[in-house]
Design a protein around this ligand. Sequence first.
Ligand SMILES: NC(=O)c1ccc[n+]([C@@H]2O[C@H](COP(=O)([O-])OP(=O)(O)OC[C@H]3O[C@@H](n4cnc5c(N)ncnc54)[C@H](O)[C@@H]3O)[C@@H](O)[C@H]2O)c1
Ligand SMILES: C[C@@H](O)[C@H](N)C(=O)O
Length: 359
Amino acid sequence: MPIVKNVSRAVSQLLQSSGCGCGISIVPVRCIGVSPRQVASDASFHSVSFSESDHPRVLITGGLGQLGVGLAKLLRKRFGKNNVILSDIRKPADHVFHSGPFIYSDILDYKNLREIVVNNRITWLFHYSALLSAVGEANVPLARAVNITGLHNVLDIAAEHNLRLFVPSTIGAFGPTSPRDPTPDLCIQRPRTIYGVSKVHAELMGEYYHYRYGLDFRCLRYPGIISADSQPGGGTTDYAVQIFHDAMKTGKFQCNLKPDTRLPMMYIDDCLKATLEVMEAPAEALSMRTYNISAMSFTPEELAQEVQKHVPELQVTYNVDEVRQAIADSWPMNFDDSNARRDWGWKHDYDLPEEESRG
Ligand SMILES: NC(=O)c1ccc[n+]([C@@H]2O[C@H](COP(=O)([O-])OP(=O)(O)OC[C@H]3O[C@@H](n4cnc5c(N)ncnc54)[C@H](O)[C@@H]3O)[C@@H](O)[C@H]2O)c1
Ligand SMILES: C[C@@H](O)[C@H](N)C(=O)O
């Protein structure tokens, strides 16, 4: 009998909501259209620190995807509505537009992004823009531009303006030659998707800027994220979101992965909580700058069984998408997040009752 790890509480919740400071001081400062220039060696490039009463001024790029609106909501509760600006290249829904500041920002437009950071006195940047694994394979040139060139723009602006920068990585940053069960923080990373390659690049570039220029770069490798009130953006783990929408709307769900495909997953509230926690962690607590975070791990068959406990009439069929299946088969099955738990106290909230998790 397979063990469904840590999924029960998340399923109930989802169904309810469906109705270095190293001191080396040469920083790249991009002039429009030219290579980075270097500035004086005695300048300080550590991120701004805040007193108790002083909130960060936050910008979220790619904020209209599956995760950004929820992140803005959490950050606005903590730092105040007007201190958190959502941005994207898409048009926001009315309720999003009226929930707090929104601005158009294409991360490929370096000048515009810099203007937004300067004019709004941004101090923290959450860089969510990306093309995910499946859509990335369908349009490699665009994925390369958004995920790699866009990241370069963000890194340069963050370094130039002393921002604290969060960039999410993913289970997709590992590949078929990585240990899969469990996958530790430090191991072979040879992903075979443009998405994975771009995320390993982001991890390495962010860490390089941290050690080379003192950029306060923080990165979490997210598992597949499940949510009820936001749509997934074209990834391999999308099935685990779609099943909740289909269970409530049609009572029928066609899964595009094989029933026994095990992947690490996390409920969105845990993901956003971890993101805020790692950004608020004191720099001394961080022995690394890129951490795995983990909560649960399940297969489509196990998730379907769990959803059927709440929606017994749900019919599940399988129609495997070869591209997504090949990607999933190269990704971790379980994530080792012991470093995050030790360093900054990471702990997920969405868990199975004890007796089920013991199997
Ligand atoms: N959702 C997950 O399961 C998951 C898992 C691991 C990591 N992540 C990472 O978290 C971040 C957010 O994920 P998500 O699921 O919300 O992604 P998503 O695909 O739903 O949203 C990405 C957003 O980026 C925007 N975008 C695309 N091109 C852009 C450009 N040129 N300029 C500005 N914005 C642009 C899109 O319009 C979209 O709204 C991504 O970096 C992703 O890699 C997500
Ligand atoms: C796992 C994650 O990075 C994303 N949901 C994808 O499947 O591409």
